[in-house]
Design a protein around this ligand. Structure first.
Ligand code: FES
Ligand SMILES: [Fe+2]
Length: 404
């Protein structure tokens, strides 16, 4: 039945683990706290090693905290990451999105740096600084960098962080064969700036029952045998993965009734599997292509979502074309999947950011299978722990209301 104003504002009759206060998606103070307590503390994936394949290649990336980074492959073929910021008077070092340079020279006063972050040139150093400051005192700010299986480049701006492997906690083990049989290579990149909260996008990636939204997914997955039997697996630090299942491409009329023939080395030809890592990363394999989502939250209601498509290094031109075509048919900017998801999360944000009356978002499904909300509850348990606030009651108001 319709709800009165009083009923609408009432806390749901579910345990507080099974809903969140919608203000965690809209509140500016909470967003700034997330930057400090989450984005600046966890490992985040910024690109793939194939985006800097050769010695001296560099690529600009934006860290989820908003900081500009430079990912560089040195002469020793090691990948390092630095702030894209000159230690002299703070100018950006690289303006180009990517390139190849033995030396990185700031355009402002021509200080130069090598690919290990050492300052190698200060113009008129002796005349200007005598013995008070020298090149060794002013290198670039290095950011902890590591590679995970599959060649993904991860960074952490917290110098005191634990190891990457500990952070991932086995949540990518389900891709063990697919990420190690042959090297991967980037085949597609696009990004969207979406007027919505980053958590809403991630929520959508880690629950399957929104697939009713996608006609393509309904046909090739939801209506197929075994779909509802898939179980979720949760890992430390808020991560999850799901049991794989075969995608029935032949059930979608747009594919001419044909199953996929080009598979993925180390994996099945049509197997679909995915992992979502707290707070902003998604790995989604549906051969013949792999999709990776990462996010840069710009504010509570504005998020950059970066989408990478990956194939196999050494693909023939025909294989590469097939992977690219299939990736874009589903996950490209005009594909059958992402734009529909974007409409949904923008719609959520449009509604929940209006008005001052409190409302709740439910994560209450319990059905021990593909449509359970366990992974959303797991995500917000991690969020609550890191923030030191309950996602269901972020401003600690419920006790006061109960006492009235
Ligand atoms: S700001 Fe870079 S050289 Fe001066
Ligand atoms: Fe979706």
């Amino acid at each position: 039945m319709p709800q009165s104003a009083t009923q609408w504002g009432r806390t749901p009759s579910l345990p507080p683990t099974h809903y969140v206060d919608s203000r965690i998606y809209t509140d500016q103070t909470l967003f700034e706290e997330e930057q400090e307590k989450i984005f600046e503390k966890v490992w985040s994936l910024v690109c793939h090693e194939s985006e800097v394949p050769n010695a001296y290649d560099f690529r600009r990336c934006q860290h989820m905290s908003g900081k500009e980074l430079l990912v560089i492959r040195g002469k020793d073929m090691k990948i390092r990451t630095f702030y894209n910021q000159c230690p002299h008077r703070g100018n950006v070092i690289a303006f180009e999105p990517s390139g190849n340079a033995k030396r990185l020279t700031c355009i402002f006063h021509l200080w130069s740096f090598d690919t290990k972050g050492n300052c190698v040139e200060i113009t008129r150093e002796k005349e200007g600084f005598q013995d008070r400051l020298s090149k060794k005192d002013v290198g670039l700010r290095e950011v902890k960098t590591d590679l995970s299986a599959g060649g993904f480049v991860w960074v952490n701006v917290d110098d005191d962080c634990g190891p990457l492997e500990e952070f991932i906690d086995g949540s990518l083990d389900c891709f063990q064969h697919e990420f190690s049989t042959k090297p991967l290579e980037i085949i597609s990149y696009h990004k969207a700036i979406v007027p919505s909260n980053y958590k809403l996008w991630h929520d959508t990636n880690r629950e399957l029952y929104h697939e009713y939204l996608h006609r393509h997914n309904r046909m090739v997955a939801v209506m197929q045998p075994g779909y509802f039997d898939r179980l979720y697996h949760i890992f430390g630090n808020g991560h999850m993965s799901a049991d794989p299942m075969d995608t029935r491409y032949d059930a979608y009329e747009g594919y001419g009734g044909e199953q996929r023939k080009l598979g993925w080395p180390g994996g099945g030809d049509t197997i679909h599997k995915f992992s979502d890592l707290f707070p902003t990363m998604t790995f989604n394999l549906r051969p013949p292509a792999l999709r990776i989502d990462t996010m840069v939250p710009l504010g509570p209601d504005k998020t950059i979502i970066e989408y990478r498509g990956l194939g196999i290094k050494g693909d023939t031109p025909a294989e590469r074309a097939e992977r690219f075509c299939d990736h874009n048919a589903v996950w490209g900017p005009f594909g059958r999947n992402l734009s529909e998801d974007q409409i949904a999360v923008v719609g959520q944000m449009m509604a929940i950011k209006t008005g001052r009356d409190n409302s709740y978002i439910l994560h209450g499904r319990e059905e021990n299978g593909a449509h359970d909300d366990i992974c959303l509850r797991h995500y917000y348990s991690e969020w609550s722990k890191r923030m030191g606030r309950s996602a269901a009651d972020p401003f600690n108001e419920q006790a006061a209301v109960a006492a009235e």
